[in-house]
Design a protein around this ligand. Structure first.
Ligand code: ADP
Length: 369
């Protein structure tokens, strides 16, 4: 059992760098929490404060209701897996996994049983006699996880554990970590800068920027209800497109003027603009590449929210194709079905699915929806 409570946690390094600002989060027992954000946003610092590897400048950290700010790392019952595998090169896989247990003075049988159980879970049974240099990157990372699992900690912390692996192995290890979580049913906190990893692994995701939490939510909600423009742009690939838009009145209804086009708005988008007083003002329109459509049937259906643009680059990815173009001074990407007939240089009508549009305040970047 482990709940973690972080109240108003701040970290300023001795050199004056403010790495984390007013971090508040309640992690429930057995949650899989992800910290995600661009490099330097304070993810590792936060994780290291939870582990006890970094002093907390101010605020309160509690584990199972007990304040642990001053409790040394070794007494927090937390295991941490790093990006570098931190294995002992001269020891076998078996001894690397057993290392942490040896200090606990367990019986030989008990140690053996725990090591073999971890090896079974991580599919390392046939590798136990090898030295780290004989293993692949993925296997090394599994050994590092084995060393964490055998300790049976209350909390697992993982700091970019897959970032040294190649793309294919990352996908495989990502699935393995998801399965590991299902088996262990422990509280996990996982740091990554990769939004795909975050979206596929986490039960809840903490999006950070410049040391400040931007949003804490489920993967689904981060995608469909980003709190601000930063989260909208960070979650989802290819990235959400952003365009300047004027909120104009047309026959008593609100619409968006983008470049020379008028995009009509559904009720779900008009109401918040009206209620929050955006009529006559400029906002930022967010539209995901997959919500820009090129098929004739849909374009005709959505004829009230179309633009015309010249395609600069066509890129076939397999199941879908990406169309790159400029509109009203913005670079825009559309992700359409691979069977599209559109190619480079074509002038095409494209429909924005405004039911799926996002609206952000131009100054603060906060979502208006
Ligand atoms: P992330 O894990 O999101 O990449 P970090 O937590 O490593 O970010 O870093 C957050 C900020 O703190 C960065 O500006 C970084 O340069 C700074 N920082 C990290 N570690 C130290 C340190 N030991 N001393 C001084 N500044 C640091």
């Amino acid at each position: 059992m482990a709940n973690i409570s972080m109240e108003h946690i701040c970290k300023t390094y001795p050199n004056g760098v403010g790495a984390v600002e007013d971090f508040n989060l309640e992690v429930q027992d057995r949650e899989f929490i992800i910290f995600v954000g661009p490099s330097g946003c304070g993810k590792s610092t936060t994780l290291r404060m939870i582990a006890g590897l970094e002093d907390i400048t101010s605020g309160t950290l509690k584990i199972d209701g007990e304040t642990v700010n001053e409790v040394p790392a070794k007494n927090r019952d937390i295991a941490m897996v790093f990006q570098s595998y931190a294995l002992y090169p001269h020891m076998s896989v078996y001894d690397n996994i057993a290392f942490g247990l040896r200090r606990r003075k367990l019986s030989r049988e008990e140690t053996d049983q725990k090591v073999r159980e971890a090896a079974r879970i991580l599919d390392l049974e046939s590798q136990l006699k090898k030295k780290p240099r004989e293993l692949s990157g993925g296997q090394k990372q599994r050994v590092a996880m084995g060393a964490a699992i055998v300790r049976n900690p209350k909390v697992f912390l993982m700091d970019e554990p897959l970032s040294n692996l190649d793309a294919k192995l990352r996908v495989q290890m990502r699935l393995e970590i998801a399965q590991l979580y299902e088996r262990l049913q422990a509280t996990m906190i996982y740091v990554t800068h990769d939004q795909t990893e975050a979206m596929t692994l986490g039960t809840r995701i903490v999006v950070m920027k410049d040391g400040v939490i931007q949003q804490v939510d489920t993967p689904q909600n981060l995608y469909s209800r980003p709190a601000n423009q930063f989260v909208g742009g960070f979650i989802g690939t290819p990235q959400m497109n952003f365009l300047n838009a004027g909120v104009v009145e047309e026959n008593g209804r609100l619409a968006l003027k983008v470049g020379s086009s008028l995009l009509k708005l559904p009720e779900s988008r008009q109401r918040p603009l009206e209620e929050k007083g955006y009529a006559g003002r400029e906002i930022t329109l967010g539209i995901r590449p997959e919500d820009i459509r090129d098929s004739e049937i849909i374009v005709n259906m959505l004829e009230n929210s179309c633009i015309t643009a010249k395609i600069q680059v066509y890129e076939l990815l397999g199941a879908e194709a990406l169309l790159y173009f400029e509109y009203a001074g913005h670079k825009v990407t559309a992700s359409v079905h691979a069977r599209t007939k559109v190619r480079e240089g074509d002038m095409v009508r494209l429909a924005f699915d405004m039911e799926k549009s996002y609206l952000f305040d131009k100054e603060t970047g906060q979502s208006i929806l």
